[in-house]
Each structure stands twice: as structure tokens, then as C-alpha cells.
Design a protein. Structure first.
Length: 155
DNA sequence: GCCAACGTTGGC
DNA sequence: GCCAACGTTGGC
């Protein structure tokens, strides 16, 4: 099983929104970046786990864990002209954007702040921490995954 | 709200 | 296919 990190703005859709969804499950719609799409479309499998990262907020950091419960399928918001994620270049016949479904697994007792992640030597190579990184979905290595779980356990 | 870094667009 | 202009992301 692979590991991932999903970014979201908590004002838009935070981990508490996911908890309050039916079955604590939601489609991860609105991704409009090819690299992030490719991760979802080509590499994610049911059973993969991912960190839920809160971005663009007071204390950016990892809020908890989710699990992939449905592998990729076309993102319907791309075909919805009323959606802010509407993309006229995407069609039903040739969908351009894909999404997966994620299910809530766990919320950390406290968020693990970005600043704390940066201080962990084991996470030096983590994609999230690369200068200028903006990718909303990134792979997480097993080593990084375990290091972060250990941090969460020690809060 | 600023702004640096990045991805995308579109003219040529 | 190059690259300047533009829009977006996201930490601070």
C-alpha cells in the first residue's frame, strides 16, 4: 500500500467537513493540476492511506489520516458549468480530470504544524517541505509516513 | 495582504 | 517549440 498527502484549505473543506459527511466519505473533487491528477488516476489504489493536510490557514499542518476507498473516476464538477471547478475543455467522452473517494480514518489530537515537520530530520526529503512546492497531492514514503505517525503518537 | 514560486496559456 | 504574460498557491 502506498501513502499520500492531500492538501486542502480547512475553510473550504477541512477534516471536520469530511467527518460530517455521510459515511465520513467524500470525493476529492476539484483537483486541476496534471501531476496531482496523474497520482490519483494512475497510482492510487483502494486501501492506500493519506495524510490530510490543512493549507492556507492559521496553523498549516497535518490534521489526520484518510483512506482511499474508491479508485479514480471522472470528476463530475469538470462538466458542471455552475461549478467553480468547471472546465469547458473536459467532456464526458474525454474527461480530463479525475478524483478518488476518501474516507476519514483518524484525526490527530493536535495538528502537526508545518514548522514542526520542518524540524524533523527524517523528513528532510519530503516533497511537501520542498521550497516552492505547491502540489496539492504528493506521495509520501514509508519512512516519512512512519516518522509522522510517531510524531502524532508523541503529541 | 504581500509576494515568490510555480503551472498554464497563447501569440509568434 | 519558445517564452512572456498571466493566474494561482500558500506561507508568512
Amino acid at each position: 500500500m502506498k501513502h499520500w498527502l492531500f492538501k486542502s484549505e480547512p475553510d473550504e473543506f477541512g477534516i471536520d467537513h469530511l467527518i460530517n459527511r455521510p459515511k465520513q466519505t467524500s470525493g476529492w473533487d476539484g483537483v486541476r493540476n496534471y501531476q496531482a491528477r496523474n497520482f490519483m488516476r494512475d497510482s492510487m489504489q483502494i486501501g492506500d492511506t493519506a495524510f490530510f493536510y490543512h493549507s492556507n490557514c492559521k496553523i498549516p499542518g497535518i490534521a489526520g489520516i484518510v483512506e482511499i476507498v474508491k479508485s479514480s473516476y471522472p470528476d463530475p464538477t469538470a462538466c458542471d458549468s455552475k461549478s467553480k471547478y468547471y472546465d469547458p475543455k473536459s467532456t464526458h467522452i474525454a474527461p480530463r480530470w479525475f478524483m478518488v473517494d476518501v474516507k476519514f480514518v483518524k484525526k490527530f489530537t493536535q495538528i502537526i504544524p508545518l514548522t514542526v515537520l520542518r524540524d524533523n530530520a527524517k523528513l528532510q526529503d519530503m516533497l511537501l517541505l520542498r521550497p516552492g512546492n505547491r502540489l496539492s497531492i504528493t506521495p509520501v514514503s514509508t519512512k516519512e509516513w512512519q516518522a509522522i505517525l510517531a510524531m502524532a503518537a508523541n503529541i
